[in-house]
Design a protein around this ligand. Structure first.
Ligand SMILES: [Zn+2]
Ligand SMILES: [Zn+2]
Length: 213
């Protein structure tokens, strides 16, 4: 609208994904092809915008860059005074003047802080679960190869108890998985600690299998 150049900026959401916006170098406004439906990360917004209530934009006529429809001004009673942005009635486009995106984001974090903290903790939990399951799978595979060597050794050299059998490995894998579930999903500290103890014991078990007693 102001004729300025714009940069494409990737704004992180609290869930860890990102959303693209066009950020005008001249007026500092943000245009979204699709209005963000997830809460944006406050750190990500603070790098590009500063909360600024604005009372002088009310009469601005803006058109959608997708379909040239006249954008509708959004003013809601539940938003702080001086918050105003624009939405396209025909597509999901949205325009936030300079300062308004930060104002909205700070407001969302003030109002929905607890819910947002839950989303962030869910993300770190799933990252932790992913790492633990990956380590577990790698250990089972490494131990499995060790077991095959052990089985070969028994057939060649008639050593009855060299290397763990598949059942031991399976039980160890299941126990490790159970420990991971407790450590990641446990709501109380003692349960989480039990989970981590189980994981550590299983890691010792795996290392004994892989590296020998
Ligand atoms: Zn501009
Ligand atoms: Zn539109």
């Amino acid at each position: 609208m102001c004729g300025g150049d714009f940069d494409n900026v990737n704004l992180k959401t609290v869930g860890g994904s990102g959303t693209w916006a066009k950020h005008c170098n001249q007026c500092g406004g943000f245009w979204f092809e699709r209005e963000p439906t997830e809460f944006l990360s406050i750190d990500s917004i603070n790098k590009v915008d500063v909360p600024t209530p604005n009372y002088s934009l009310k009469q601005m006529d803006l058109v959608c860059s997708n379909d040239n429809s006249l954008l509708a001004s959004v003013e809601r009673d539940d938003l702080p005074a001086g918050t105003q942005y624009w939405k396209c009635p025909d597509c999901e486009g949205a325009f936030y003047p300079k300062g308004q995106l930060a104002l909205m984001t700070h407001h969302n974090h003030d109002i929905h802080g607890e819910h947002i903290a839950g989303l962030v903790s869910a993300r770190s939990r799933s990252t932790l679960a992913g790492i633990l399951v990956f380590i577990g799978a790698a250990l089972v595979i490494a131990s499995g190869q060790r077991t095959e060597i052990g089985l070969n050794a028994t057939s060649d050299q008639v050593l009855p108890s060299s290397g763990p059998n598949i059942l031991t490995l399976l039980l160890l894998g299941i126990t490790y998985l159970a420990g991971t579930i407790l450590a990641v999903l446990g709501r109380k500290v003692p349960i989480v600690l039990v989970g981590w103890c189980v994981i550590i014991i299983c890691l010792v078990g795996f290392s004994v299998i892989i590296f020998g007693p």
